[in-house]
Design a protein around this ligand. Sequence first.
Ligand SMILES: [Ca+2]
Ligand SMILES: [Ca+2]
Ligand SMILES: [Ca+2]
Length: 871
Amino acid sequence: MENHTTRLHRGRLLVVLAVLTLGLAPAVLAQTPLGATLVPGGTQLAVFSQYATRLEVSIFTNPGDATPASTHLMTKTDPTNHIWTVTVNGAGAGTLYGLRAWGPNWTYSAGWTPGTPKAQDAGFVTHVDSSGNRFNPNKLLTDPYAKAVTGEPRRVLDAGEMRYDSAILGGTDTYGFVDSAAAMPKSIVVSDSYDWSGDVRPQTAMRDTVVYEVHLRGFTKAAPGVSPSIQGTYAGFGAKASYLADLGVTAAEILPVHEFLRFDDPVGTTADRTNYWGYMTTQFFAPNREYLCPDHDNCTYTAGEQVNAMKDMVRDLHDAGIEVWLDVVYNHTAEGGGCSGNVVRYINFRGLDNQSYYTMADDKTCTWESTGTGNNLNASRPAVRRLILDSLTYWVEEMGVDGFRFDIAYTLGREGNDGRVFNPSAQTLVEIAQLAQNLGVEIVAEPWDVGGIGVGQFPAGWAEWNASWRDNVRRFVKSDAGEVSPLGSSITGSWSGFNPPAESVNFITAHDGFTLNDLVSYNSKQNGIGPCNPTGADPNSGANDNESWDSGGDETLRRRQIRNFASHLLIHHGTPMIVAGDEFRRTQSGNNNGYMADNSCGWLNWQDQTTNAGTWEYFRALIDFRKEHAGLQRATHVAGYDHDGDYYKDLGWHGIWPDSPDWSSTSRTLAYLLDGSWQETGGGADAPDLYTAYNAYWSDTTFHVPTAPNGKCWYLMADTADWAEPIGNVLYDPDVAGWDQQPLLRLASLSYGMQARSTIHLLARACSGVTESAVVTFEVNNYVTQYGEDVYVVGSVAELGNWNPANAVKLQWVDSDTWRGPVQFVQSTGQGVQYKFITKNGGTVKWENGGNRSFTVPSGGMGVQVGYWQY
Ligand SMILES: [Ca+2]
Ligand SMILES: [Ca+2]
Ligand SMILES: [Ca+2]
């Protein structure tokens, strides 16, 4: 643990000392910092442009102003690094500014003013030249390094639809000569001063990490416990941090927070489509302004308040022990693509230095892309590399961020042929990994783009979304053939290219695609209709191949399948990622591309947490178990050897019979035994040996469990089968510390009947002297229930509700006159118990006649209590 402020200041102190010691001028140590830097008496503004011939900064009084208060010519003070600077005296924090640039395709002519028509503009040459220059001085540009902007480009009614003002367009004579100043947001000079005292970064190691992928707004927009005045905002997210700690996840991976365009209206297609997810970045240093406001349409903040609001949120999450990871989108921008003769959008990069920032086609007048968005930032170019590294550094050092997930990261590794061919050792990927190591943060790649996939190919230091793991587990759980052999690799995190295993980020679902509930509830996507598909949504968008199955419409099986998925996700080696809401069965009604759903579909419905409490508890317990068991947080892959001489390998494979895994293509079963000794796991202390069995077969199957190591006994920790739903399916209790205190159920024999499509987890512990629970199955016969009437057992101990009907344990209907169900006894093992059966029908409670029943709860193991209803 390290104090945030101390750590940052130490880094700066070293730089100062180096200057003093070596007597070097600061300029030799580092390039001029880009963006706005507060200096005594004013602000230094610095902008990169290799091909501009003239750059101006205009200072504005109000965000909507077209006419600047003053304008200042910039000078190329660092020709080597192509940096232009000017110091504006008297400009402090809160100053609004914008940029205008000229270059070879649009030269400066004396007397020019913004909006000069083509006929009077002697400097105009062409909208785009054969080098890819798209300079246009009529377009006011934001500073790519701005730490805040005043808002979005102005929205106006255009041919019956709301659109970003066409003044921000160029590329043709129609739009190219229109001044965009009034329509453009202004950049804001921001002070980095913030009181971080007392902030402690969690500094969770990757192998101890459980990732929670979440939308900042959707997390609390409909959260009943969060004040309406902050629902869906930075403050709202911070206010809900304790939920994440309670669930047990360690990192909130937040969908794009960098300033992005709220509307997705590409030139020439249907306007007014909401860009809810936010994968259309305009500013890589600015937090999104709209997340200040529950209602985006009434968000009046224009002074950069979002910067400190985000810092407050980071502090709130750190206070709860949660790391903040950002989903960052450095592969493309919101400016879209363009070709000679096309209309194009101007926000910043295009007008400042199109050919340095964007990947160009062979003719240099068109963009070349592999992102499906019209443009690629060319990460093989020094300007883009520096932009990415500077941005990452800023978010870590000044905003307190702890990790990053890189959207479409394959594009960032496109290096050959001027940014078109993927190189697994690309300089940009290597330098990002080095920076992350120096800063002590985690980095995760989405290792593909529209044109290529590189799962397992990223250089050292990169974790990756493991799509192979996802596809294998989805197919195995729905009983596909041929999935057992790859499952062995998935369990051990050993897909080639993932070393250490934590580099494999395992995920069943992501924001993009089905929710976990929908994965087990729909055979195919249901796009184009309903609340998840607002007007303008494309019914053809979203993947067609989802490896989903509707579980035959069986709601009980769906719950079991969700538990099975959780058992893969949280027990396999690698780093698990959960999508927000999957832990309580969030649904998008079968929509698998909810990028527009800034509504009740896209927001978490917190009622689900109550409705599906069993699912939530299962996730919570297994997350905690994972964090407590060293064998699931390995620094190295298992080797298949016995390191502690007890004849049990670090991980040994089994099948329905011990030592007989069935790897054949027709197999649907696999089991394994993980030796929990510290010599095997690399942990600081022994953990219980773990036996896990997966039965993806569609019939009940008896598994023969290997003898527990070292004379120990097997205890049931979890069974996803339906019978165990009344006792919560998982006996491991996150609120109980110590393996020997866990109230697990001792197995009476080495054969275990597994339900079709189910999973069990067993732990080996001493055969006596540990806390055990007992499970007693109560059954009542000869009572025919009325419609709406259910049978319960109630009695004299806590597990039976202490005679309170409200806390009685519900039994399951078996047949016309039989009800049966298990009760887990934790506190009352070995005790004499009095009980009775009751029925409830709505609010009406009916007690059976006769005296109290009595029996002695066993001290462990399983028991059965059968009786007839007493009339
Ligand atoms: Ca925005
Ligand atoms: Ca061993
Ligand atoms: Ca051992």
